[in-house]
Design a protein around this ligand. Sequence first.
Ligand code: HXC
Ligand code: NAP
Length: 293
Amino acid sequence: MDYTQKMMQADALKGKTIVVTGGGSGLGKAMTAYFLELGANVVISSRNQEKIDLVAKELCEQTGGSVLAVPCDVRHYDQVEALVKKACEAYGSVDVLVNNAAGNFISPTERLSSNAFDTIIDIVLKGTKNCTLAFGKHWIAQKETQKVVLNIVTTYAWTGSAYVVPSATAKAGVLAMTRSLAVEWAKYGMRFNAIAPGPFPTKGAWDRLLPGNLKEQFDLAKKVPLKRVGAHQELANLAAYLVSDFSAYINGEVITIDGGEWLKGAGQFNLLEDIPEELWDMLEAMIRAKKGN
Ligand code: HXC
Ligand code: NAP
């Protein structure tokens, strides 16, 4: 079997309406395409109206599904409230919110202006807060239940990472929000989960994280025990499962999909992988010789 195959049964998301922030590119677009194939209506949003209109048209034609493109800068609460309103006007109600929109770039932290740091925090943490609060309040007020929020974080939400400090700070906050509300708002019939992807090549991320020849210099596949980057369909499969009713008992979880990348960086002796087989005979002999000393 091929890991890029589609996992869920047909119609697994039929009748659901799903909002995907940042749904006009990269992983957001891949998730949107699969949600549509599984029968959901999808509302995609980003700051760029022209871009999301084109993607909506493309995905409608490709899947036969219904996509609504709503421009919305997640940093502004009034725009997010308008997104809730437009989605509900179009489809009656919203069942799932996927907080996928993000901003990021590599930089030594001392080179960042205060505004540069704020910009990332505002998109990632405040944007996720704005969407979660606006949709959550709406669902509570309408007494609607069986709602799902899926947050896209990264593995450095818990390890931290140099050179992307605003993003690491913000994603850590998003993970804390996921786990906190999984408990607090369960009583309103909401589930909260997160996905922590490892490297999945997208133009948005690669242009800002591996500009120029950094792509060749730092081949991210080499950092992954499975020696490859992720395929978008693998992530879309996981997201579709987590927003579907099949995952109804999963709440407050973060699921890592990174081929073992972050653990490789964490394990103290993982670097011994570089030791050639022949050398192990010698090392073993040296260790055994110390017995009783
Ligand atoms: C230092 C920079 C900078 C850089 C921008 N700034 N780029 N500082 N180095 N490379 C500063 C600006 O000078 C400004 O500060 C402030 O940041 C805001 O910049 P603007 O361009 O005005 O912001 P805006 O137009 O809102 O654009 C936001 C953005 C941009 C984040 C800077 O890159 C963007 O639109 N990104 C969206 C998509 C994205 O980032 N995708 C990647 C997600 S990848 P001053 O002080 O001058 O006003 C991801 C993966 C994680 O999250 C894990 C991977 C493994
Ligand atoms: P991407 O294509 O750049 O996606 C980011 C999206 O966010 C874009 O569609 C962008 O659209 C939107 N966005 C940015 N600022 C916004 C704002 N203020 N309001 C509304 N929308 C905004 O990058 P990606 O790689 O697919 O990333 C998707 C998610 O996966 C992100 O949460 C990212 O952190 C996460 N992730 C990615 C990787 C990876 O390897 N690719 C790894 C770990 C985590 P506009 O610019 O049109 O607004």
